[in-house]
Ligand binder design. Structure first.
Ligand code: BJW
Length: 227
């Protein structure tokens, strides 16, 4: 059996990582959408770096740890004998820390930085700013950006995701509001015989696409469903 999992910010909420569109979707007086675009980065790199620096520091706080939902997915993958792909929209590293192996971070990774000139990608735990240089090319000053996917940019691994969706026998979407594409369209790429499960606190615009919608906290419902 081939299994495809899609996770969003809701799975990390109980680990203390804020979601995007719950409660206040604002960040220090800015709409989230206004700091997560290449245009925003060009217009005000210092603001965008600050936004990601804060989130990177927070992710590295020892109190931010995988929760039972992350762990249940890793344990399930270790025991599962068929195909398995975990596609996450999250830029945190909590699935990897929980022990998941086949993880595709389609919106990038907060603990990596990319040089806009050379496209080199580096593990990154420090703050970035407009004076940060490419470690391999110190002459390239201010070319480093967070290795994340902003609105208008191409998400990562789309061909692999489409193939996994076409071949999936079970698709589970966990903790995503289903408003950001192409992630929100994956459920419609699955075959008619694929069993489709949504686990979320609330209904989403995609709920009617699923065979079963489980309403509740990921930390409770994911382990319960996978056991
Ligand atoms: C719980 C819980 C608990 C809470 N337990 N549940 C087709 C139609 C319409 C628009 C488009 C389209 N195709 C493309 C677009 C444009 C755009 C888009 O989708 N816009 C919409 C907003 C309208 N998409 C793009 O631009 C994408 N690129 C693209 O399509 O490229 C192709 C292309 C390129 C160039 C030219 C032409 C075509 C890129 C999208 C990139 C998204 N990036 C972000 C930022 C990443 C970096 C960062 O983290 O800062 O990704 S935006 C943000 O939203 C982030 C998330 O991954 C993403 C999704 O959010 P998510 O995870 O769903 O979180 P929330 O907060 O929205 O929801 C949390 C959910 O959890 C809620 O439902 C809660 O109920 C639930 N929950 N606690 C269980 N404890």
């Amino acid at each position: 059996m081939n299994i495809l999992i899609l996770t969003g910010a809701g799975i990390s909420a109980e680990s203390g990582v804020p979601t995007f569109r719950d409660a206040n979707g604002l960040w220090e007086g800015h709409r989230f959408e206004d700091v997560a675009t290449p245009q925003a980065f060009r217009r005000n790199p210092s603001l965008v770096h600050h936004f990601y620096n804060q989130r990177r520091r927070s992710l590295l706080d020892v109190r931010i740890q995988p929760n039972p939902a992350h762990r249940a997915l890793a344990e399930f993958e270790a025991e599962h004998r068929g195909g398995f792909l975990l596609v996450t929209q999250n830029i945190d590293d909590l699935h990897v820390r929980a022990g998941s192996k086949n993880v595709l971070a389609m919106h990038g990774e907060l603990l990596k930085a990319r040089c806009e000139t050379t496209e080199e990608i580096f593990p990154w735990r420090d703050d970035l700013d407009e004076t940060t240089t490419n470690p391999n090319h110190p002459e390239f000053i201010g070319t480093m950006r967070p290795h994340v996917v902003w609105f208008g940019e191409m998400p990562l691994g789309l061909a692999r995701i489409e193939e996994a969706a076409r071949n999936a026998d079970l698709f589970i979407a966990i903790g995503t509001s289903a408003v950001v594409y192409p992630a929100a369209g994956i459920v419609r790429q699955t075959k008619p015989t694929c069993r489709k499960i949504e686990i979320n606190l609330d209904a989403t615009p995609n709920s009617s696409e699923f065979d079963q919608s489980i309403r509740g906290k990921a930390s409770i419902e994911v382990p319960a469903f996978l056991k």
